[in-house]
Design a protein around this ligand. Sequence first.
Ligand code: PMP
Ligand code: GLU
Length: 392
Amino acid sequence: MGLAGRVAHLEESATLAVGERAAKMKASGIDVVSFGAGEPDFDTPEHIKKAAVDALAKGATKYTASSGIAPLRRAVAQKFERDNGLSYSVEQVLISCGSKHSIYNALQALVDPNDRVIIPAPYWVSYPEMVKCAGGEPVIVQTDEKAGFKMRPEQLKRALARRAKAFILCSPSNPTGIVYSPDELKALARVIEETDVWVISDEIYEHLIYGGARHVSIATFDGMKDRTLVVNGISKAFAMTGWRIGYMAGPREVVEAAAKIQSHSTSNPTTVSQHAALAALEGGLAATQAMAAEYVKRRDVIVRRLRAVPGVTCVQPEGAFYAFPNVSDLYNGSVRGSGAFATALLEEVHVAVVPGEPFGSDAHVRLSYATSMDRIAAGMDRLETFAKKLRG
Ligand code: PMP
Ligand code: GLU
């Protein structure tokens, strides 16, 4: 008896766990302000829901090709051409059950036991765990908060000095919201060019970007397209987290290997969701831009309020919908570390945040501002009270 070795050091998803805990408290009648799981509070746009209803009426209830329906794979290829200037054939596109699944498949296709995978910290909680699921070894590279949490080319070079199989990049970033500039990406690409490392570029927040920041895919730089898997999805851009559709595009051999893995695990992503995703990708970005316009207002408020709390600092997020404040100056008494901070905040003032530790920094907590202005104001009032108490 006993479990497989690969689960011995596996952590459950902290982002999902916080969401579930907050939902349970709410169900028991407690007024919880949730800055927990990163999920748009907006509903899926009507034209997308209608496309799904129409597809159901037409019998979209059966299996499809395991890699996804041809029109959706074509629409994804067109999306990459239109938004990113990247040309892929339909065979270079794989539709999966969320971009989390795309990244999982990519790592299963690339990583052998003990292969090293470089991940800049702070990172999205699932990257190291998915590397471990593939038997690989996550190599965490700490970035400097003062340098805006961005990995510098020298750091990447140093990490690559010991052979690595892959490098995972996320811009705009979950949890920090930082966005690499085209020049910064180019400098990383130059380092990668001299090696034989694969790149997994998670671009799920590409359309949620604010102010002067601009999203560029690292795959567009010289020599990068043949070694990069670009991962994206509809969850964030179109408020479609529950539909579970994500996709990857990249070198044909890797995409086909990932497709084989998918064919023996999930088979096709849910048929009706694929039709909804097709409507999303073909329907333009008006709804996305309207949501982004709301997020930026919320970002401005939450960052201003966070920075006004004595003992709290916060790097300016330029994309996604997260703030990742440093709260370590508030640690006091039994509240030592981000886990204890998040637990006390939830229990004492009913505000849910995700501890920074599973993102690779115990000095921080993550707040998702994909919630209304009213809830942001209420949550920040409570956080202020809590911080004051901690400072004594
Ligand atoms: N990548 C990042 C950086 C994320 O924050 C998330 C969480 N939603 C995902 C991937 C997975 O999203 P989904 O599976 O819903 O496409
Ligand atoms: N990615 C979101 C988050 O970071 C949703 C939860 C998850 O899939 O981890 O909160």
